[in-house]
Design a protein. Structure first.
Length: 152
């Protein structure tokens, strides 16, 4: 494993979706994805974009992204609601439920590097390594509870 592969594996090990997974599965995730670089201001995903039809089979496909370097701005209806940095991720909800993108994600100051996992890679990973689903369910439940708490 080269130094880039080791760094990538270290970042993935700290991602809450993948925490507790074996080094073999982490290596599989690292090998399954591809790095993407975005200049400052570049849009990575667009709110309302469909994740079905031709787009799902285009060269870029429908992907989730794990931030490897830099930061991303998350905008809902044009208003910044969050910033994402190394080890954080976005786009996984649309891979799971097939619904349109819920926010814009734009590369922030200094640009952004992500590990992109396509829908079919993600589904294949879940099929071959169902243990990935357990931490994912924990994260999604945690997010749901946070939203519920905010609306009380």
């Amino acid at each position: 494993m080269g130094s880039d592969s080791k760094r990538l594996a270290a970042v993935l090990t700290d991602v809450d979706l993948f925490r507790g997974l074996s080094s073999r599965v982490i290596s599989r995730i690292a090998e399954s994805g591809h790095e993407q670089q975005y200049a400052e201001g570049a849009q990575v995903v667009a709110q309302g974009d469909s994740v079905t039809g031709f787009k799902a089979f285009s060269p870029a496909g429908v992907e989730m992204h794990i931030v490897l370097d830099g930061t991303a701005r998350v905008l809902k209806d044009g208003v910044e609601v969050n910033r994402l940095s190394e080890g954080e991720y976005f786009g996984e909800l649309s891979l799971i439920d097939g619904q349109p993108r819920s926010a814009d994600v734009v590369a922030a100051e200094g640009g952004l590097t992500t590990l992109a996992l396509s829908r079919w890679t993600f589904e294949d990973l879940l099929d071959k390594h169902p243990e990935v689903a357990v931490p994912m369910l924990r994260v999604l439940c945690s997010r749901l509870r946070a939203v519920e708490a905010a609306h009380r």
